[in-house]
Design a protein around this ligand. Structure first.
Ligand code: GLA
Length: 722
């Protein structure tokens, strides 16, 4: 894998390493506020001596006592717990010893430095390189591993973690995020007990549906938004993942993060190497809020495609029409999009298939030609019509999948993942294409690129993936089936890479039957993701709260729909927390609702710089109270926007004043409620009053003036007063 690059790298690595390797037995990886210290022991093994707040004085690192925690434990030798790496050598020897060879540190740029540590088995030509990138300003560390086989024969890599971290605390509190279709990102916190806790996925494609590859780990006691010591971690991988937490007999914790080794032994021939995906983490002593802000900053600068660029507002037709539409109905919807004031119309599922028209989810998937009855003028005509109405046009695709009732299935039965001698197993009446087969990968690439080439002006894609892998077997891989899960994901990345070479900035939404794919492995190719098919605003607040812990608001697509019984204002205020869109029958809106929505989009455009690029303060959690309050503020702390939602409040429930966070205590701020229904006035007693940041953060605001109403919301602009 990446053979040439690897050799060039090795040469560079050695020349840089000569200087560093002899100079010290400590390797320090640090950002502005975090340090990780590794020590080369007398036995030449590398130990993790420290991970935590960076000392004021770097020289204090030398006082750090010896540690017994090897940084990247290899299996088969004296350690009796879960290893980071385990392999079987070509001669059948199932053990590995990793000794320090050299390390190199280099500046990638002003903000990022990389440390690479070369380890080698003293008896076998087998090397492991631990890579750490430190993002100084963001306080984020990204770590991954490279395994290189120079043995003559093939080795079998059984476990190959991206990262191993060790902790010594009194207690460990793990916050995980789990769910199902339309109930993603449910937050759950538990104390780790001795033994193993694993969070993982074996779902292949739609990998995150049950568990999302993110976690908080608080040390000593549970952390909240503003207090507590913790790390926040996530794996940049769009396939099976595993986080392994093991509290040992001395109450130390090891955290092993990486690709799920389940059914995925990786065979490496002579000179092959394997590069794991990255584990990305941050550390905070001031609670989850800071950890999230660190990750958001990192994501916008490094993790998400065009993370510092604006996003498009849109009107989607899925909830409004499902697959039942034709050219005329769509063009009428363009009018609505244009009257509403959004940037783009997104045509969802149902526009393709002729022999097997996609009039329901039982057929047509894979046949990416416009249905001639529904769309006689083709996509080109729709783009033109949309442009005439002053909006852009985008389209839904599910390029990795196929319905058995499709021409694609008929023509290429061997392009599909399915077990021999077993029945086909369907989810949503569909099967997964065998992306490990280069011909299939090429087909998927061309599906997307040909569509974009043919239809100049196509301005947006929603890339869906509506099933997991089951009864999985690749006709292409034959007797190398253990490569399937990993190769599938790597092949998907290659396809996306190729698409991005041609279309580097096209906005593409990552969707997987809702939030079945939400990870930083994919997000470097995508501008946003669809968090859930559940758009009931009350449910959605919890879902968006969950995602906001790890992903910045501009990546979290949030649409106003007809789900839920809440007012249009409540629904809109919820959607404005993320990347605003609409998926609703605009014609069914009352005049008042329509006027409100038009103005809300104008308001959103005014506030979106704060929402997309500002710092998020989650002030009151819906998990703690019957309300949710969050605020976004710009870097110079001159402008902020605060969202307040009363949830299922009880009669006479009492809410305390809300102390704001993140303001400049010396600045003066004017409080102005916005996003009001036409003809209504703010009920906020402090509306249009001016307060110091100090007062707002010490005394706070009463956000429930007058009679407490459930499912009521407020958007408040906070602007510096000169
Ligand atoms: C998935 C998506 C939906 C919609 C449908 C279309 O469920 O999450 O938003 O695109 O597919 O079939």
């Amino acid at each position: 894998m990446h053979r040439t690059i690897f050799f060039i790298y090795i040469i560079l690595f050695y020349s840089a390493a000569v200087v560093n390797a002899q100079a010290k037995d400590q390797i320090v990886i640090s950002t502005k506020h975090i340090s990780m210290v590794l020590t080369i022991g007398a036995n030449n093994r590398v130990y993790q001596s420290y991970l935590g707040a960076r000392f004021l004085n770097n020289a204090d690192n030398l006082l750090i006592p010896e540690s017994k925690h090897e940084a990247y434990i290899a299996g088969g030798m004296e350690d009796l717990l879960q290893p980071a790496i385990r392999l079987i050598h070509s001669d059948g020897n199932p053990s590995l010893e990793l000794k320090y060879v050299s390390h190199a540190e280099r500046k990638v740029d002003e903000n990022v430095s990389e440390t690479d540590i070369m380890l080698q088995d003293p008896k076998y030509p087998l090397r492991v390189i631990l890579h750490y990138q430190a993002f100084n300003n963001e306080d984020v560390i990204k770590s991954w591993t490279e395994i290189k086989n120079s043995e003559k024969g093939e080795i079998s890599l059984e476990n190959y973690a991206s990262s191993m971290l060790h902790f010594e605390a009194k207690d460990y509190w793990l916050t995980q995020f789990h769910g199902d279709w339309a109930s993603e990102m449910k937050m759950q916190e538990s104390k780790l007990t001795s033994g193993i806790k694993e969070i993982d996925s074996k779902l292949g494609t739609r990998a995150d549906m049950y568990q999302t590859p993110v976690f908080f780990l608080a040390l000593n006691k549970p952390a909240d938004e503003t207090n507590g010591e913790l790390i926040a971690g996530t794996l940049a991988w769009t396939g099976n993942f595993q986080f392994h937490f093991e509290v040992d007999e001395r109450n130390s914790l090891r955290v092993i993060s990486g690709i799920n080794p389940y059914a995925s032994a990786c065979k490496l021939k002579n000179d092959d190497s394997f590069v794991t995906p990255a584990f990305i983490f941050t550390y905070s002593t001031t609670g989850k809020g800071q950890a999230s802000r660190n990750l958001h900053n990192w994501a916008r600068n490094y993790g998400v495609l065009d993370g510092n660029k604006p996003r498009l507002t849109l009107l989607n037709n899925w909830e409004a029409t499902h697959v039942n539409f034709d050219e005329k109905t769509l063009v009428a919807l363009f009018d609505n999009a244009s009257r509403l004031g959004v940037d783009l119309f997104l045509l969802d599922d149902g526009w393709f298939g002729n022999k097997y028209p996609r009039n329901n989810d039982k057929e047509g998937l894979g046949d990416w030609q416009e249905n001639k009855l529904k769309l006689p003028g083709g996509i080109g005509y729709l783009i033109k019509q949309a442009e005439d109405k002053g909006i852009k046009f985008g389209i839904w695709l599910e390029p990795e999948m196929v319905n058995p009732k499709s021409e694609l299935y008929e023509q290429h039965p061997d392009w599909i993942l399915k077990l021999p001698n077993r029945d086909e197993n369907y989810q949503r009446n569909q099967l997964v294409l065998d992306l490990t087969n280069p011909k299939v990968a090429d087909y998927v690439y061309h599906t997307v690129v040909d569509m974009l080439t043919k239809n100049k002006g196509l301005a947006y894609i929603k890339w869906d993936c509506n099933r997991s892998m089951s009864n999985t077997w690749s006709p292409y891989l034959k007797n190398r089936q253990s490569a399937l899960y990993v190769d599938y994901t790597l092949s998907l990345y290659k396809i996306l890479e190729r698409i991005r070479q041609k279309y580097p900035h096209l906005p593409i939404m990552l969707c997987s039957g809702g939030g079945g794919r939400t990870d930083y492995g994919a997000l470097k190719y995508f501008t946003e993701f669809w968090p859930s098919d559940d758009t009931d605003p009350l449910e959605r607040l919890y879902i968006q709260w969950g995602y906001s812990n790890f992903f910045p608001a501009l990546t979290i697509s949030s649409h106003v729909t007809s789900w839920g019984k809440q007012s249009i204002k409540f629904r809109t205020d919820v959607a404005m927390l993320g990347k605003l869109g609409y998926d609703i029958k605009v014609n069914n809106m009352t005049d008042e609702e329509f006027q409100f929505s038009r103005q809300a989009i104008i308001n959103y455009k005014r506030l979106s710089n704060l929402i997309w690029f500002g710092d998020l303060y989650r002030i009151i959690s819906p998990y703690d109270e019957n309300r949710m309050v969050v605020m976004y503020i710009n870097q110079s702390k001159s402008k902020a926007v605060l969202f307040n939602f009363n949830l299922d409040t009880r009669y006479k429930e009492v809410f305390n004043k809300v102390r704001l966070q993140g303001l400049d205590s010396r600045k003066l701020y004017r409080i102005t409620e916005t996003n009001l229904m036409p003809g209504t006035k703010s009920a906020l007693t402090e509306n249009e009053h001016v307060f110091s940041g100090d007062y707002l953060m010490t005394m706070g605001l009463n956000l429930t003036p007058g009679k407490l109403k459930p499912l009521n919301s407020m958007v408040i602009e906070i602007n510096e007063e000169n």
